[in-house]
Design a binder for this molecule. Structure first.
Ligand SMILES: CCCCCCCCCC/C=C\C/C=C/C(=O)SCCNC(=O)CCNC(=O)[C@H](O)C(C)(C)COP(=O)(O)OP(=O)(O)OC[C@H]1O[C@@H](n2cnc3c(N)ncnc32)[C@H](O)[C@@H]1OP(=O)(O)O
Ligand SMILES: Cc1cc2nc3c(=O)[nH]c(=O)nc-3n(C[C@H](O)[C@H](O)[C@H](O)COP(=O)(O)OP(=O)(O)OC[C@H]3O[C@@H](n4cnc5c(N)ncnc54)[C@H](O)[C@@H]3O)c2cc1C
Length: 632
């Protein structure tokens, strides 16, 4: 599942990467530890000639609990995508050698989603051949960019380009924030950390106020547009190409989601295999809670989602690489497709894993509420994924906007993109492939059901929009009147993508793997498909992709699937090949000694380093001895 990290032993041999001790760290300690880790991984990479992939896997093994995440995942990729060759030659060596540390400063206090309304300005001054960067008002200050608070020496600042009295829209500008001599903020720069967050507190998300900061004209990252010395704006590519960095990070978030749900399902399933509670027969032996149907119903969706997201990430990475190669050659033909696909799938993947991680946490009972179980911490660290790189609702709407364009092409008899080729089919020619109970065990039949439901959802909202427009509503009112259905259509398309990637990947694997493995994966794929229909049964019925009889068969088959998966559940999470130090959970250790590891963790609790708490001497001693309390 995860390319086995042959360097795991090297990594986890060092105390710095042993995660038990992170609990109880202050923010400053977490921040410092994260930086220390990234730089040490960098040293290990050089000492052991690791590849960039090894470096990335090391960071994933540490659950991204490292420093410079934005420098690595956004600042450098943004230079690669937005800078000219000369600018790359200047900035990339500095960034890759950590001589400069960067962030991607786009979001402001007053705007994150609506990029067109960003308020930071970059005004061209032809007299000095410079841009003057300004934060016009409180709401304009940059707010949220990772590493901005205390780390970044430079930022790629997204600002409205002003030449004369004309606004040329959002463009990227390289701005130095701190001195490379003493790290102090430069004149006109006010930076700081925005404060503690629910999670990810090793990251110094920051604020930035720019008070008439001057930068040379050459600091506008000019791959897609530039300003000449005499103040002319020349656009060399679509402005959308300036959004390219976000597309890449949305792809990375799908893999982040896959990594977190693998951790969660591994903890829940391993713990459920060792936890014994209650018995079915009076006086009989206590059961492994993993044998309760309800426990399987709670946690097997996270197991199936782990594999579904793995296969979808692999498929989308290939799709992205093809699109990116073309875009970097100046051919933006696939930009709309990759943007639409990754906007929706980033939203669907992060929604899916945040829901299923909470189910994994609940399935661990009281111990799921301990930090030592880690499943709750994992959820806290995953929660931002529904917001970063685009709030999920907004991302679904971008995906829906893409789907509407595709179905309009399909209905006009024009070619459509491969991911939406199903929209060319005649929706009325559909017949539900499940005509008897046993048909529910065929993933390909289920795939047809998913396809019809997605097609129907997209066609339905397209018709409703058309009706609203013909009824006299203007474009934006008609759109706003159908946002919920548009999101629903995008979700239906994304769920179809996951199912399709799962079915096709298992079918490809069958040709090379053992029949035993193939049957286990087929079973999991089947379960993923059945469960998806049951949890959205209203939409599948509404689209007439299935009828009540099919739903009855599918629900019965789903419950049978739980029992079929049970014998392989632990093996399926062991197959993630995750080191105990990656999972970090006292409940999810490979040796299964959950209670021992819980007790060891409790003993490490700082409060337990003294028998008598300081509060005893301040408050309890007199109370317990019946002596009057001093005025508090
Ligand atoms: C190395 C080890 C580490 C690994 C770590 C990996 C994981 C890293 C995770 C990092 C975690 C946190 C970092 C977080 C960073 C951030 O959050 S950065 C800020 C992100 N902000 C956003 O995403 C803003 C969302 N808003 C938008 O994208 C746009 O405002 C929106 C798309 C909503 C609207 O765009 P507008 O231009 O205003 O209007 P619209 O008409 O909708 O679109 C115009 C046109 O442009 C096309 N479009 C829009 N976006 C994109 C895009 N990203 N790419 C390509 N094309 C895009 C859109 O389809 C329209 O095209 P059309 O042809 O006119 O239809
Ligand atoms: C941990 C973390 C790290 C981040 N790192 C960075 C970073 O490194 N760089 C950076 O630039 N930014 C960063 N961000 C900011 C992030 O990109 C924004 O928070 C995100 O884009 C959402 O924008 P917003 O906060 O303005 O939410 P809003 O858009 O204000 O969302 C609020 C509500 O309004 C709804 N809404 C908004 N617009 C629409 C619409 N058009 N239609 C329907 N509903 C709508 C949303 O669905 C949501 O429910 C980070 C954020 C977090 C939490």
């Amino acid at each position: 599942m995860q390319k086995t990290f042959k360097n795991e032993k090297i990594l986890f041999a060092e105390p710095l990467f042993q995660c038990d001790g992170l609990a109880g760290f202050t923010r400053s300690e977490l921040y410092e530890n994260a930086i220390h880790r990234t730089l040490r991984i960098n040293q290990l990479k050089k000492e052991h000639n690791w590849t960039q992939e090894d470096f990335d896997i090391a960071i994933r093994c540490l659950n991204y609990e490292v420093g410079f995440v934005i420098h690595l995942s956004m600042f450098i990729p943004a230079i690669e995508r937005l800078a000219t060759d000369d600018q790359k030659a200047k900035w990339l060596p500095l960034a890759e050698s950590y001589r400069i540390l960067g962030t991607y400063a786009q979001t402001e206090l007053g705007h994150g989603t609506n990029l067109m309304a960003l308020e930071t300005t970059a005004t061209f001054d032809p007299r000095t051949d410079e841009f003057v960067l300004r934060t016009p008002q409180l709401s304009s200050m940059k707010w949220w960019p990772g590493s901005l608070g205390k780390t970044a020496t430079h930022a790629i600042v997204l600002a409205q380009l002003i030449i004369g009295n004309k606004n040329y829209g959002m463009n990227p500008f390289m701005v130095q924030l701190r001195s490379l001599e003493d790290h102090m903020p430069l004149p006109g720069i006010i930076v700081g950390d925005i404060g503690a967050k629910l999670g990810a507190n090793s990251n110094d998300n920051g604020f930035l106020i720019l008070n008439d900061v001057r930068i040379p004209r050459e600091n506008m990252l000019a791959r897609n547009s530039k300003v000449t010395k005499d103040g002319r704006y020349i656009q060399t590519s679509t402005n959308k190409a300036n959004y390219a960095t976000m597309v890449l990070v949305r792809l990375s978030i799908i893999r982040w989601a896959e990594d977190t749900i693998k951790n969660g399902s591994l903890i829940a399933i391993r713990y459920s295999a060792v936890r014994r509670q209650s018995s079915l027969q009076a006086g009989g032996p206590e059961m492994q809670v993993l044998d309760y149907q309800t426990q399987q119903y709670k946690i097997f969706p996270s197991l199936a989602a782990s594999y579904a997201l793995f296969f979808t990430y692999e498929a989308m990475m290939k799709e992205y690489e093809i699109a990116y190669a073309q875009i970097m050659r100046g051919n933006n033909q696939l930009l709309g497709q990759i943007h639409g696909q990754l906007s929706g799938l980033k939203a669907f993947a992060s929604d899916l894993v945040t829901y299923e991680l909470e189910m994994c946490r609940r399935s661990c009972g009281g111990h799921g509420y301990l930090k030592a179980s880690v499943v709750g911490e994992t959820l806290l660290h995953t929660l931002p994924l529904v917001t970063v790189e685009g709030d999920n609702t907004v991302m679904y709407l971008q995906c829906a906007r893409y789907l509407l364009k595709q179905i309009a092409k399909a209905l006009a008899g024009q070619d459509v993109d491969e991911p939406t080729s199903y929209l060319k089919k005649d929706i009325l020619s559909y017949t539900c492939p499940v005509q008897k109970g046993e048909h529910c065990t065929n993933p390909n039949y289920l795939l047809k059901i998913y396809t019809q439901r997605a097609h129907s959802a997209i066609a339905s909202v397209a018709r409703q929009l058309q009706f609203d427009l013909e009824s006299g509503k203007d474009q934006s009112s008609a759109f706003n009147n159908n946002l919920v259905s548009l999101v629903q259509a995008a979700k239906a398309h994304c769920q179809l993508c996951l199912m399709k990637n799962f079915v096709e990947s298992v079918s490809a694997l069958e040709r090379t793997c053992s029949e035993n493995l193939a049957s286990v994966l087929r079973q999991l794929c089947l379960y993923f498909g059945l469960h998806g229909i049951v949890t959205a049964s209203g939409e599948f019925l509404e689209s007439e992709a299935i009828g009540l009889q099919q739903l009855e068969w599918i629900k019965a088959e789903e419950l049978k699937s739980l029992a079929a998966i049970r014998p392989n559940a632990v093996a399926l999470v062991d197959a993630f090949d995750l080191h105990d130090q990656t999972v970090m959970s006292a409940l999810g250790r490979y040796d299964g000694n959950a209670y021992q590891h819980l007790f060891e963790a409790a003993k490490r609790e700082p409060m337990n380093q003294t028998q008598v708490p300081p509060a005893y001497y301040k408050y309890l001693r007199d109370l317990i001895k019946g002596q009057p309390l001093a005025k508090l």
